[in-house]
Design a protein around this ligand. Structure first.
Ligand code: AMP
Ligand code: GLY
Length: 445
């Protein structure tokens, strides 16, 4: 369906923005976007309790499956730019549908989102483009898997092909557990997302996140970041969506970045072009810095969470202009991000039990937070009938601070965290351990 409209496609007007999503990532995007004076209104679909802290914002609730009504409403709101946060909507094709209906959209269509929504497709893409990544096998049956698993010298990593909310990856210690994981997935643990499985050679090294804002042909790199995926201190425990991050990361040196650009970023963009995929959105490269150089662990078609919350405070009011240029295919290619003389770090406060079972609905007391160079982005919150902010997810709050060095950044973040309370609050105390020279004072800990 394509509805003729008379909206912003041919103008550079940038007054009304729509941000789709309800997490900390979208809360941070909205905060960064509102800095630009051109912006008159930011519609958050649906946003969360943290939306009330975003200037010029308004929460709206629309059915994203009713495309006709959605388009009608967005036209009536004179939306100049749509920013789509979560991968699920991108994988379902919302970006392409809105673009076809004459909206400027930051976010790829379902063709580009396949880099995230099908791991086997992404691995084949990398093989074709000769992009460094772990060896892999695309598997359709348990028999096939058995043969490959037991022929390999080491236990293989097992991944459900499709979107599984970050839970579809197993890193087994033994070949038997690789097989067991394969069996679980084929038995339907992740539904259709597990109809195909990718087995991968296990690679080692620290992980970093690189983000390129793409307009289909050209790109601009954001400051780099390092996420902390494991639940517990010393990078132990189960994988999570991310327990904290810091930016920029010294793991990406000038030499590394050159290698990453030449061997990974540019071949990715060129191969998308070769496949006629007009990728207008952020390309998130999840990389591992191995002994033999940087390798791609995964692609994502959206901003990382909590990397986004960490990076946004380092950007100025021109960020939204870059998003608009990407959405229009208008980057010049020489745009650079003016970096402040600051570092940024984020600690995530979660509900007790996350990433497994947890309860929600507990009131949050924000205490007396020192707001200078510090932002609290809401990840999983809502308002109760009394208008109080309550917990509404596994990851609840993102506490983000900036400072002249990482010791100052995290000292402040943890001091502010001490002020915040809700039943069952949990957070890692060692976020940024890679770049801090001090552990926290006992009084803060
Ligand atoms: P993914 O969803 O593909 O990013 O995988 C989730 C996490 O699993 C990554 O962030 C890595 O920590 C780990 N991982 C994925 N693939 C591999 C691999 N081939 N070797 C070692 N660790 C991996
Ligand atoms: N921080 C990891 C992710 O967003 O996938």
């Amino acid at each position: 369906m394509s509805i003729n409209s008379n909206n912003s496609k041919n103008s550079n007007k940038l007054e009304n923005i729509l941000i789709i999503g309800n997490g900390g990532r979208e809360n941070a995007l909205a905060w960064a976007i509102q800095k630009n004076e051109l912006i008159k209104r930011i519609y958050l679909l649906p946003g969360n309790a943290g939306s009330k802290n975003i200037n010029k914002s308004e929460r709206i609730n629309l059915d994203l499956n009713n495309i006709e009504a959605l388009i009608k409403k967005l036209k009536s709101l004179n939306i100049d730019l749509v920013v789509i946060g979560p991968e699920t909507y991108l994988a379902d094709g919302l970006g392409g549908i809105l673009r076809k209906n004459n909206f400027d959209v930051f976010g790829p269509g379902s063709d580009g989102a396949k880099l995230e929504s099908s791991k086997s497709w992404a691995k084949e893409f990398m093989r074709e483009a000769k992009i460094p990544t772990a060896n892999f096998w695309k598997i359709k049956s348990l028999e096939e898997a058995k043969e490959i698993i037991f022929k390999s010298p080491n236990p293989l990593v097992v991944k459900a092909d499709g979107l599984a909310s970050g839970k579809g990856v197993y890193i087994p210690e033994t070949k038997e557990s690789s097989l067991q994981a394969t069996e679980e997935i084929f038995k339907g643990k992740f539904g259709n997302a597990g109809k195909t499985i990718v087995l991968e050679e296990k690679i080692e090294g620290p992980e970093v996140s690189v983000f390129a804002l793409c307009d289909g042909k050209k790109y601009v790199l954001l400051p780099t970041a390092q996420d902390h995926k494991r639940l517990n201190e010393n990078d132990k425990g189960p994988n999570t969506g991310g327990m904290g991050a810091y930016s920029p990361t010294p793991l990406i040196t000038k030499t590394n970045l050159e290698k990453i650009t030449n061997e990974i970023i540019e071949p990715t963009i060129n191969t998308l072009l070769k496949k006629n995929i007009d990728y207008r959105g952020v390309l998130y490269f999840g990389l591992m810095i191995t002994k033999s150089g940087p390798k791609v662990i995964e692609y994502n078609c959206r901003f990382g969470d909590p990397e986004c919350q960490t990076i946004m405070p380092l950007l100025d009011e021109n960020f939204v202009i870059l998003l608009q240029k990407c959405s229009k295919g208008n980057l010049i290619g020489n745009e650079t991000i003016k970096m402040p003389d600051k570092f940024s770090g984020c600690v995530i406060a979660t509900s007790k039990g996350y990433p497994l079972k947890y309860e929600i609905g507990f009131p949050i007391d924000f205490g007396n937070i020192d707001k200078e160079d510090c932002q609290i982005f809401d990840s999983g919150t809502s308002l109760n009938s009394n208008g109080e902010v309550i917990t509404n997810g596994g990851r609840v709050l993102s506490i983000v601070c900036q400072g002249k060095d990482f010791d100052k950044v995290f000292e402040k973040a943890y001091k502010n965290l001490k002020e915040i309370s809700f039943e069952g609050i949990f957070y890692r105390k060692d976020i940024g351990h890679q770049v801090r020279t001090k552990t926290l004072d006992d009084e803060i800990n």
